[in-house]
Design a protein around this ligand. Structure first.
Ligand code: GLN
Length: 288
């Protein structure tokens, strides 16, 4: 029965795991095999002797080869979960990170009106904006990205998830329709151009425009902090993700710009990963 060329799920997985380096080798291999065969991970765990046809086995091994070369699993699968929602991903955007869920939690904790106007700057897949939309149907949420591919992807994710977010092509605030927000949230590029992390792991395959921001990684954050007050309602909030070692610098930028209640918050790894501040009440310095 078993032709020589036909392999079982168990054999394919063991071969793949021995080739993929790193802690996630088995998980990666199982996700790729599930994608190719349409079987569930628990399915081939329970029945490792199940055979895989030669064309599917070849398809699987091609994906494994790309994974061995470092291609992120999310790009190979074409999707990634964020906030328990399925997002389409492509190599024109950053892959949504679990730590960015802390940014979403923080946004949901803010004292905001039920009909808050919110914008997500540099939305990529739309992850932050759509996670917020899934939790706060009353919020009026916009998102923008510089890259047309990202705008299309975020729009596709919004319609797939049946969530209402208006997505614009815009370099930060430059292309947004006039108006003010109660919350501006962003996970902008924040890696310094010479940072050695850029040569390691998943980021090697992600677009530099989504990762790198000048010599100290703060060019885009400086611009956002400087312009945000022109786009915030009185008592509106600015909430930014940043590098694990940038919290002091970002708090300094917000405080200097005139924000109140400036504080940093930790990610799942215990790093100060995000900073927020509130634009002063009406009548305070600079407020209009
Ligand atoms: N957190 C990402 C990383 O270090 C970078 C994200 C970003 O630049 N916004 O891999």
């Amino acid at each position: 029965m078993t032709s020589k060329s036909s392999l079982t799920c168990g054999e394919l997985l063991d071969r793949a795991v021995s080739r993929i380096a790193g802690d996630t080798a088995r998980l990666d291999a199982e996700l790729l095999l599930a994608q190719v065969t349409g079987l569930s991970r628990s399915g081939f765990r329970a029945f490792p002797e199940r055979e895989v046809s030669a064309p599917l086995a070849t398809e699987f091994e091609d994906l494994v080869e790309k994974r061995v070369q470092g291609m992120p699993v999310a790009y190979l699968l074409g999707h990634q979960e964020f906030w328990s929602l399925p997002f389409k991903v492509s190599n024109s955007t950053l892959i949504p990170r679990p730590d960015t869920e802390c940014l979403v939690e923080q946004a949901l904790d803010l004292p905001l009106p039920d009909n808050a106007r919110v914008v997500d700057l540099g939305t990529g897949t739309g992850a932050i904006a759509l996670a917020l939309a899934s939790e706060r149907p009353g919020w009026v949420i916009s998102a923008c990205d510089l890259m047309d591919d990202a705008v299309a992807l975020a729009q596709a994710n919004a319609s797939q998830l049946e969530l209402q977010v208006d997505v614009f092509q815009s370099r930060w605030f430059a292309g947004l329709p006039a108006g003010r927000f109660d919350l501006i949230v962003s996970n902008p590029p924040y890696i310094a151009s010479g940072d050695h992390h850029l040569g390691e792991g998943d980021v090697r395959f992600e677009p530099a425009t989504a990762l790198v921001s000048g010599a100290d990684g703060l060019d885009d954050i400086r611009l956002i902090v400087s312009e945000a007050p022109d786009w915030l309602n009185a008592e509106g909030w600015l909430l930014l993700e940043h590098g694990f070692d940038q919290a002091d610098a970002v708090r300094g930028l917000l405080t200097t710009r005139g924000f109140a209640m400036v504080e940093s918050r930790k990610d799942y790894g215990g790093n100060d990963r995000m900073t927020l501040g509130q634009w002063p009440r009406k009548g305070a310095l600079h407020a209009q």
